[in-house]
Design a binder for this molecule. Sequence first.
Ligand SMILES: [Zn+2]
Length: 388
Amino acid sequence: MDQETEKNLKTDDLKKKAKRYEAIKLIVGITESVLSFVVLLLFLLGGYSVQLRDYVQGITANPYWQFLLYSAILGAGLSVITVPFSFFSGFYLEHRYGLSNQTIFGWLWEKTKTFLVGLVVILPVALIFYFLLLHYPKTWWLWISIVLFIVSVILGRIAPQVILPLFYKFEPIDNPELKERMERLAKNANFRLQGVYRFNMSKDTKKANAAFTGMGKSKRIIIGDTLLENYSVDEIEAVFAHEVGHYWHKHLHKLLIWGTVETFVGFYLVALLYQWLLGLMGFHSPADLAALPLITLILTIYTLIVSPISNTLSRHCERQADRYAVEHSSDPLALATALEKLSAQNLTDAEPHPLVEFLFHSHPSVQSRVRMVREFVEKERMEMAKDK
Ligand SMILES: [Zn+2]
């Protein structure tokens, strides 16, 4: 067998492996969502929700304690379904495909931290939500949307300094050549670079990634050590330029506006449907604890309907960032090789089914991204030739 055939066979194997890995993840994710939905629906329709409400009302007379107790018991019940799925996808599958560096204790510790951070954020929001349901039965949807908008802005602002360091260690990037190239790119985009940080992704995974995070003064670009160590300077520069492209096109702000519209419309529709179903199901007040699963169920369906729209928007932003990267990096082809390497390293299916991409993917397929880069470079070359 010559070297070329051997290499092709290897890539074919890798492609098949990535397809299998992604298919399993997708099926597991869909199964979990459907199962949780059906269980919650049965919990509501089977009268168990009313039983749980009566039970917590027997324990305390305070409506907020009742709400917290009801939610905690229901949440613990649902975690019987969600935790095994999370273990399968987040631990077992990652090891099976050779992608994880985590021990079981490491995984449990990360999960515990995520749960605690979530609790700190969700608890006050949930209490405000219940307060609004109790006191503003007609306009609660408007107030909770405003609260969620404020919370998401605060979270966006503090994430790089307060939340992410709970999970990773951040260090400024020290490679002088890389730094110089990054500063040049940032200056070109009027991006006041607060810093480019390396973070220790490798403690958990063999996958690589980079991101643009934060808002206002906290905005920064973070790059995984798994990327910094295995990619050429040209490739890292291209990935960095892609992130700068997100900044240049103001994607964070655009996605925040879209998210806000989505939240306001969503809660308005939820409130309408909820009010209607309450009457049909014999509940008397929107703050009736036994009726609350209805809100979750309606929200789940709403999210299912709008998430392809969000994903389409996101893929559009990714293409813009790619184009920006190709136009501004020292080696325009480096983005293509970086994307191919990332796809192999992270086991992403480079050619997903178009329907799967449309419904679930926030990024365009690697195949189409690489094609765009190559076409762009080819066009440039032709134009150069014409000028001569
Ligand atoms: Zn991106």
